[in-house]
Design a binder for this molecule. Structure first.
Ligand SMILES: C[S@@+](CC[C@H](N)C(=O)[O-])C[C@H]1O[C@@H](n2cnc3c(N)ncnc32)[C@H](O)[C@@H]1O
Length: 262
């Protein structure tokens, strides 16, 4: 993916905080406050090239990263931020070829990050209770070209997980503890369950449910991120920061020990 082709996703970067995620279409254009960009000027260029707007402003055409896919999509729900998504990937070991079950899809931000990383042969099965959310999420996922890696199922996960021997179960839903027994049945031995929850009360109930099932390595973490404004001669922490997103509880499936023979 070095040359931009028609239908590809591109992140246009003007300056910090001024970026746009677009799918390039021949013959069409994009209007920004610094002029108009013709998509025909982008098609055929290498990612990383500059293109000029009609007002002569140079804009970089970059390949979107998973964090861009997540942060730029239309939101109907709270979304998982890149800092937490990054840790979810490390905790679960999700990568190319992984089969992942997720709930709820919400806006599809985390779904897109998971979908990006399981490509080309893995798959994310994402359960979403609400029809309106699942429709928006599917549009968001298609917009960033990940429809082959993701299936959004408009289904209550508490009615059952259809997939078996999966590599990870990832939850961001109000009652994750109710899903723990179902997640246990769906996971392959040794695979990881992760749940993102904004409140300690949710964490407590989830951890209790994990102890009641056969899970080991039960851990909860909170990640706190502080951006540093790196400027020549005046580098300092950003004035504003995201104080709290949520807690990540993870655990690994184990089989019950075989009963000792007499
Ligand atoms: C906070 S949102 C998830 C946001 C998502 N992680 C993202 O990054 O865009 C929580 C979602 O869980 C869904 N949900 C809650 N209970 C569910 C269930 N039992 N089965 C499927 N989805 C459920 C809700 O409808 C809601 O859309």
């Amino acid at each position: 993916m070095t040359v931009i082709r028609e239908g590809d996703s591109v992140l246009l970067y003007l300056e910090p905080g001024k970026t746009w995620l677009l799918r390039v279409e021949a013959g069409k254009s994009f209007h920004l406050h610094r002029g108009i960009i013709q998509f025909d000027d982008i098609i055929g260029q290498k990612y990383g090239s500059f293109v000029a707007t009609s007002l002569g402003k140079q804009v970089a055409a970059l390949p979107p990263l998973p964090r861009d896919l997540a942060l730029k999509m239309g939101r109907q729900t709270n979304i998982i931020y890149p800092k937490d998504a990054g840790l979810i990937l490390l905790l679960t070991g999700i990568g190319p070829g992984s089969i992942v079950v997720e709930a709820g899809t919400g806006s599809g931000a985390l779904t897109s990050i998971l979908g990006y990383h399981v490509q080309p042969k893995g798959h994310v099965y994402s359960y979403e209770l609400r029809e309106d959310f699942s429709e928006t999420a599917q549009k968001n996922i298609a917009r960033v070209g990940l429809e082959k890696a993701v299936t959004v199922k408009q289904q209550d996960i508490l009615e059952g997980i259809d997939e078996q021997e999966v590599d990870a179960v990832v939850l961001d839903m109000a009652t994750p503890w109710s899903t723990v027994p179902l997640a246990y049945e769906a996971l392959r031995g040794g695979a990881v369950f992760v749940s993102f929850s904004p409140t300690i009360e949710q964490v407590q109930r989830t951890v209790e449910a994990l102890y009641e099932s056969h899970f080991t390595e039960i851990q909860t973490r909170e990640l706190i991120e502080r951006e540093i404004h790196a400027r020549i001669g005046k580098t300092r922490p950003a004035t504003r920061m995201i104080g709290h997103t949520g807690y990540l509880t993870s655990a690994r499936k184990v089989y019950p020990p075989a009963a000792k023979r007499k």
